[in-house]
Design a protein around this ligand. Structure first.
Ligand code: ZN
Length: 198
């Protein structure tokens, strides 16, 4: 027996497909949404469609941005010879919040995971290698300390080493399996300052 209307069921279905939303949360959100004033729902829908239509990859570092080149890459005061490699835009944001990192970034949009069938060709790795043609003095690998993050770091390290460009890995002060975005700024800075050459 269907307890809810077909429309509610569809909404619950869509919501429960989102990361971190279980079926209970999806139900709670669905009822919250249908009880919202119409204007609020319209603003929410517009925010989602506007983001989807206007957000794109930065031409240089592949972070998500509204313009062709993101504000970090467009900033000429940044050190364009140092690239920090992160797994996603949230990790970039975490390092930007410290306000202490002067270099630029490269966003991989994932990590190598043989278990999930994600190979080097599935993340923005060849785009990183292409960037090494520019005047790069150091690549700092700041992928997560999860198994996937470590696998990715090792892979990139091996790839870059022969080029003679300095390649380093952030210190393992970052808790194992920890997502960079949940780690406080002091720990992030310590991990950056304590980076070791690979
Ligand atoms: Zn950029």
């Amino acid at each position: 027996m269907d307890l809810y209307s077909g429309h509610i069921n569809r909404l619950i279905d869509e919501l429960s497909g989102l990361p971190g939303i279980g079926s209970k949360s999806a139900q709670r959100l669905a009822f919250h949404l249908v009880n919202l004033p119409e204007g609020k729902v319209k603003r929410l829908v517009k925010a989602i469609t506007d983001a989807k239509e206007n957000v794109r990859y930065c031409r240089e570092c592949f972070t998500l941005t509204d313009s062709e080149v993101c504000p970090v890459c467009a900033n000429t005061k940044r050190d364009h010879g140092t690239i920090m490699v992160v797994e996603n835009t949230r990790d970039l944001a975490a390092y930007e919040k410290t306000g202490k990192y002067e270099g630029i970034y490269h966003v991989l949009h994932g990590a190598i995971s043989p278990m999930l069938g994600i190979g080097p060709g599935d993340i923005k790795l060849k785009e990183l290698i292409a960037r090494l043609q520019n005047d790069i003095t150091e690549v700092i690998i700041a992928t997560n300390s999860s198994l996937e993050g470590e696998t990715t770091a090792m892979y990139i390290g091996k790839l870059i080493k022969p080029t003679g460009i300095k390649v380093s890995r952030i210190a393992s002060g970052v808790p194992v399996g920890g997502d960079l975005e949940y780690i406080d700024e002091v720990t992030l800075l310590r991990a950056l300052e304590g980076r070791v050459e690979m």
